[in-house]
Write a protein that binds this ligand. Structure first.
Ligand SMILES: Nc1ncnc2c1ncn2[C@@H]1O[C@H](COP(=O)(O)OP(=O)(O)OP(=O)(O)O)[C@@H](O)[C@H]1O
Length: 274
């Protein structure tokens, strides 16, 4: 009997390895949430940010201090995409180049910013302010027409507890004190489930008791969030109990514990004016 030749398929050549989708994160940026290096930005020839390097690790809370005009706001503007740097690296979560994204995209990526002045919806209740801020499809739907589901209500309850407003949940935001409006706005940021919260001068205009409570509130939030707080109030910064970065002329002048920074002769000279 004639054997039918069986054609044995040739062994497939091992497929060439596909290049990794993303280049590996350089070790300097590994585990960083924010990584700024050599960042500069001028306005009409004036260097508001000058070779700024700043690193925030995942899960860290940092306080940023510095005299007026030190570049704190411009730094936040660069991180959030409001201002483009002239040069330098700005990375989020190790490998996301923030200089290539616009402001709405950066917010979507999980960088939430709270400006100094509270901007809550005064004619809505405290709970509805949070409901309207929750991440998801309900954005833009008037609270009146949106039926919250159980997970939403649970999340709102959790946030109300963090921001110390459980007992005010059904009151209009207009009736809150200035400090409570600030807390509500922090809660509205939390409702967006951000990876990083940037909080600009949260205690300006607050009573002493509110200021002390805000330090506790931010410490609670920092247990499971990364936070950058820009603040002038040194008592409050001390209560935060975190690493401090002092900016001056768009550059890091000193960094470390508040005791270390406030004992730095350069800081004493330029910041404390002594
Ligand atoms: N859009 C702009 N055009 C021109 N100059 C600007 C602009 N934005 C910031 N500057 C200048 O850059 C410098 C840094 O300003 P920035 O607001 O970042 O400082 P800051 O540390 O936030 O100050 P403050 O504590 O007073 O808020 C200031 O001299 C400011 O006048």
């Amino acid at each position: 009997m004639t054997e039918i030749p069986v054609k044995i398929p040739a062994e497939p050549k091992s497929a060439p390895k596909a290049p990794p989708k993303h280049a590996p994160v350089p070790s300097a940026r590994k585990d960083t949430l924010l990584y700024l290096d050599g960042v500069s930005r001028s306005f009409d020839g004036f260097k508001a940010i000058n070779e700024l390097s700043f690193v925030l690790m995942k899960g860290e809370m940092r306080a940023i201090i510095g005299p007026n005009g030190a570049g704190k706001t411009t730094m936040m503007d660069i991180i959030t995409g409001k201002t483009r740097p002239d040069k330098g690296d700005v990375f989020f979560m190790g490998d996301v180049d923030l200089t290539k994204h616009d402001e709405p995209t950066i917010a979507q990526m999980g960088i939430g910013r709270k400006f100094q002045k509270p901007t809550v919806f005064e004619t809505q209740t405290v709970a509805d302010n949070l409901l309207l801020s929750l991440k998801g499809e309900r954005r833009g739907i008037p609270a009146l027409f949106y039926r919250s589901n159980k997970p939403d209500r649970q999340r709102i309850d959790e946030i109300l507890e963090v921001i110390r407003l459980e007992r005010r949940r059904n009151e209009l935001a207009a009736f809150l004190s200035h400090g409570q409006k600030q807390w509500l706005e922090i809660g509205m940021l939390l409702a967006q489930d951000p990876k990083l919260l940037l909080v600009d001068e949260p205690v300006a205009g607050m009573t002493d008791a509110e200021t002390e409570e805000t330090a506790r509130l931010l410490r609670d939030i920092a247990v499971d969030h990364s936070v950058v707080v820009v603040e002038h109030d040194m008592g409050f910064v001390r209560d935060l109990g975190v690493k401090v970065t002092c900016l001056h002329e768009g550059h890091v002048l000193s960094e470390g514990s508040l005791d270390h920074v406030s004992a730095d002769p350069q800081v004493i000279e330029v910041y404390l004016g002594r």
